[in-house]
Ligand binder design. Structure first.
Ligand code: TXA
Ligand code: MG
Length: 303
């Protein structure tokens, strides 16, 4: 079976690799190689104005590609390797296409041991969006990743089910106060404890981070949120005691378990070809903010 060394060689060759991370599976390419990165946009059907995250092995490698100020160093020191992405001024080593032409770059040090081994063996930044086709739920299992974009990859690494299950938290440290561009497993409270209050994303951020705007993470069936029971023809994804036991995010009401299961449950519900998917309410505290963000976007309520 192919391992990290073969994956690093494929990346160096300009090929795409299905890369497991602790958040979701990524579709990876050499970030410095514009032609390789172009294959990612083609495979996902992703608009080229939507920039990709550059994954690196450690904080020192992050400093080689991005201008990291004190706040960035505090966040990187506190949460890397882990599910946090920092948007900072661009320095060097990442292609224009991966950055969608911006003078900033999104950088993250993933925690999954296979991702770390590939990054160490490759030695440079790796661009990797979630391995889903654009607009669809992110893959959190090897099988889902293969189904989404496996055909475009020269090589796929099986890292098991993703522990976190939601994409990384994205924080912008560009001009002005820090802003939360995408909630995730590193929560607002954890970030504010290190660098102070987070401001709301502004309209400039919306241009730079269009992932915030489109209908996203969406199954084929329409979603109905905050449901307490299923209407005829609907599939029902429960949380805690609300909704069915078999298609539940977490019967015991645990938010980490719910996050890890969210995209898988959306895929399972979709496979029933229902008229709609009803979803029970999920509390908005802690990790719930990220779960509700993905649910609102999947339902097409964006803002
Ligand atoms: O957990 C994750 O972050 C996964 C795994 C594979 O690491 N990757 C991921 O990538 O979710 P992607 O491409 O699906 O999401 C990247 C997000 C998008 O919303 C994009 O708009 C934003 O980061 N982004 C990337 N570069 C940016 C930049 N320079 N400024 C603002 N937003 C940026
Ligand atoms: Mg994505």
């Amino acid at each position: 079976m192919a391992g990290p060394a073969e994956a690093a060689a494929a990346l160096a060759d300009g090929a795409l690799v299905i890369l497991p991370t602790e958040t979701v599976y990524g579709l990876a390419a050499d970030a410095a190689n514009g032609e390789a990165v172009a294959k990612i946009f083609a495979a996902k059907g992703r608009p080229r104005f939507n920039p990709l995250i550059a994954h690196v092995a450690d904080l020192a490698a992050a400093e080689a590609i991005a201008e990291l100020d004190e706040r960035a160093l505090a966040l990187g020191g506190g949460f890397w390797p882990g599910p946090l992405t920092i948007v900072a001024p661009f320095k060097a080593g990442v292609s224009d296409l991966a950055r969608a032409g911006l003078d900033s770059v999104a950088v993250r040090v993933p925690a999954h041991p296979l991702a770390r081994a590939v990054l160490a063996a490759f030695g440079g930044p790796v661009a990797a969006p979630s391995a889903n086709r654009s607009g669809r739920p992110s893959p959190t299992t090897f099988a889902a990743a293969l189904e989404e974009t496996g055909d475009a990859a020269a090589l796929a690494l099986d890292g098991g089910a993703c522990e976190v299950g939601l994409e990384s938290t994205v924080v912008s440290l560009l001009d002005g106060p820090p802003r939360l561009l995408r909630p995730g497993a590193v929560t607002r409270g954890q970030i504010e404890a290190l660098i102070g209050p987070l401001a709301e994303a502004d309209t400039e951020d919306a241009h730079r981070s269009p992932g915030r705007l489109a209908r996203h993470y969406a199954p084929a069936a329409p979603l109905r949120l905050d449901a307490t029971e299923a209407a005829p023809g609907e599939a029902f994804i429960g949380f805690g005691r609300v909704g069915p036991a078999e298609l539940n995010l977490s019967r015991k009401g645990d938010l980490a378990e719910a996050a890890a299961r969210l995209f898988g449950r959306l895929r399972e519900a979709d496979a029933l070809a229902p008229a709609a998917i009803a979803v029970a309410p999920v509390p908005d505290e802690g990790l719930g903010e990220a779960i509700n963000d993905r649910l609102r976007r999947a339902a097409g309520f964006v803002g």
